[in-house]
Design a protein around this ligand. Structure first.
Ligand code: AMP
Length: 143
């Protein structure tokens, strides 16, 4: 099972913000879209960073409410781990576990083509396990 299969199901839309947008604007967008992280792009399709709720909470804890007026590039993670559509879900889970993050942008030929969250991965694994269990049950019943 590959990352591309997840994208076929969930679609390729990715919410993005510009590096100079304020942390307040980005927080509002995260709340409005009900998502936990957003990709920062300096030009369309080119990943410049990622910012998650955790980054915002951490900087508010350090600097207080003034954080809300900072540009998001001041709080984002710049070294973004990405994956490609052809990568397996197992490889993706290893990246998430090793890096301790729950979101991975999907990049093809240097361009952003999707994003996968830990929730997407868990949903896909459950479906896979249920399909396997169903196949085993009908095999046993027909034996
Ligand atoms: P998350 O678990 O995705 O909410 O993110 C936890 C931390 O990891 C935050 O500091 C994020 O900015 C960072 N982060 C999230 N996704 C990635 C990624 N794909 N590559 C690198 N850092 C990330």
């Amino acid at each position: 099972m590959t990352v591309g299969v997840i994208l076929e199901k969930k679609g390729t839309d990715v919410a993005t913000v510009m590096p100079d947008q304020s942390v307040l604007e980005v927080s509002q967008k995260l709340a409005e879209l009900k998502i936990g992280a957003i990709v920062v792009t300096s030009e369309p399709g080119v990943v410049a960073g990622i910012v998650s709720e955790r980054d915002i909470v951490r900087v508010i804890a350090e600097k207080g409410a003034a954080t809300l007026n900072l540009p998001v590039c001041d709080v984002m993670t710049e070294k973004v781990v990405t994956c490609e559509p052809g990568e397996t879900i197992n490889d993706l889970m290893e990246k998430m576990t090793a890096g301790r993050f729950r979101h991975v942008p999907v990049v093809k030929d240097g361009k952003l083509v999707g994003i996968v969250s830990i929730g997407d991965v868990v949903k896909m694994r459950i479906q896979e396990i249920e399909t396997e269990a169903g196949a085993l049950k009908s095999y046993i019943a027909s034996a």
